[in-house]
Design a protein around this ligand. Sequence first.
Ligand code: FMN
Length: 164
Amino acid sequence: MKTLVLYDGRHGFTERCLGLLARESSADLDLWPIRHRRGVPAWEGYQGVVFGGPVYFGRWSPPLTKFLKKHAARITGLPLASFVVSLSPRAAALNYYRRDLPPAYTDRAALVACFGGGIEWKKLAWWERWLLKAVRGVETDVSNLNLAEIQTLANWLSANQPST
Ligand SMILES: Cc1cc2nc3c(=O)[nH]c(=O)nc-3n(C[C@H](O)[C@H](O)[C@H](O)COP(=O)(O)O)c2cc1C
């Protein structure tokens, strides 16, 4: 059976991380970009759920949080793991994640991987550049990709494959 990956992301770094995750894990992943995909997953077809996305201006993906809250009854009945994409240090990234997510998720996720984050300056909208420069003093490409955390989640996924 497949593992559903519910994720958000605007500029491609999250998808790059998920590509690395798929390469490092033996699990069969079904990627579901909640920002672009309509409808609702067929929950009964999945053996587990991984969910995650980036922090933008101090909030961990509001569209993802909304989706997770709406479908909590179905999702929290499955084995769960999660990830945060953020340029902040691990403790701050985890604070963003915990702040808006119900305990049904934070208590039940087997692990929270902090993938780090990355900005490709040329991919940003003009207003994102303006705000990042004004608020964070960032005005160039940045990355603190954490391969070890991606590997940790990949190992968890591989270990949680049903034996067929
Ligand atoms: C407009 C913007 C605002 C951001 N704000 C924060 C922030 O408040 N805290 C943080 O840790 N990272 C912040 N980041 C970093 C993102 O979490 C990081 O760039 C992430 O890799 C974006 O993923 P994506 O490329 O999949 O959209 C911000 C990035 C952008 C582009």
